[in-house]
Design a binder for this molecule. Structure first.
Ligand code: SF4
Length: 157
């Protein structure tokens, strides 16, 4: 919901803290996801993720969440689907070129990033959206990546 996502961006630092506490818990559960099977965990987890992030961020379940790099403003709400915005059409009042009554998603992203501890992640260029991951859980994808990195590091040591 538009008003909720504006509120969430105003509290970007709080949600950054929440996520920084949440992610290690998910990673700790890696042995369980592995035992259960990531594919089997996908459906229930993506449902939970969609419910939480849909309410707070108007999440579109792109499967490659970039919220921590976009000031807690979901770039998938940009009508041009820009992964690295803003476009040149931002209005003088900071509203969107396409939706004149709404704030530019990327103006919001910048504002949110200035409130965050790691807000400078906004300067990193985001990869284009891989739409084949649409609807999948970003949480499980991140956990699997971190767990794999940790396992590789252990093998090397
Ligand atoms: S003004 Fe902002 S939200 Fe609107 S299309 Fe451009 S980048 Fe996207």
């Amino acid at each position: 919901m538009y008003s909720v996502r504006l509120w969430t961006v105003r509290h970007a630092r709080f949600f950054e803290r929440v996520y920084n506490m949440f992610e290690p818990v998910l990673v700790k559960l890696h042995p369980i996801w592995s035992k259960l099977g990531y594919d089997r965990a996908e459906k229930p987890m993506s449902k939970i993720e969609q419910a939480c992030k849909g309410l707070l961020f108007d999440c579109k379940m792109c499967g490659q969440c970039a919220l921590s790099s976009t000031g807690m403003s979901c770039s998938m709400n940009c009508p041009k689907n820009l992964r690295n915005g803003p476009c040149g059409g931002v209005r003088l009042n900071g509203n969107c070129e396409v939706y004149a009554e709404k704030r530019c998603v990327w103006v919001e992203a910048w504002d949110g990033s200035r409130k965050m501890k790691n807000g400078d992640r906004i300067f990193a260029v985001q990869k284009p959206v891989n739409f084949s991951q649409q609807g999948s859980s970003s949480w499980l994808r991140v956990v699997r990546q971190i767990a794999q990195r940790e396992e590789q590091a252990e093998e090397r040591s």
